[in-house]
Design a protein around this ligand. Structure first.
Ligand SMILES: [Zn+2]
Length: 104
């Protein structure tokens, strides 16, 4: 007997019951533009960037670039999770980036 609990509400989900894996992948996005900096300003920026990076652990730095998590959820929590995300989409978000694009 598996003892799988919903990661969101904690409910024990019976063997054979409908449950979901929810994968969350967060990747940093490079838009192809490197901010233009000149001379001493660029050197100062690099030095402060190195100092700032040194204050973080390797794991923290990795999480700023890439984060991948898997959650097990009951059907109600899966729906609530998705509704929460899509309820917060900004009206200016392009339709191609919205939920309709992700449904196959
Ligand atoms: Zn749940």
């Amino acid at each position: 007997m598996n003892r799988i609990h919903c990661h969101r509400c904690g409910q024990l989900m019976a063997d054979g019951s409908l449950k979901y894996q929810v994968a969350v992948r967060v990747l940093s996005l490079f838009d192809g533009t490197v901010p233009d900096r000149e001379g001493s300003e660029a050197k100062q920026d690099l030095a402060s960037l190195v100092a700032e990076a040194a204050a973080y652990s390797e794991e923290e730095l990795t999480r700023q670039v890439y984060e991948d998590d898997i959650f097990i959820m009951c059907p109600a929590c899966k729906e609530a999770f998705l509704e929460d995300i899509y309820a917060h989409l900004h009206p200016k978000a392009a339709p191609e980036h919205g939920r309709a694009h992700l449904i196959h």
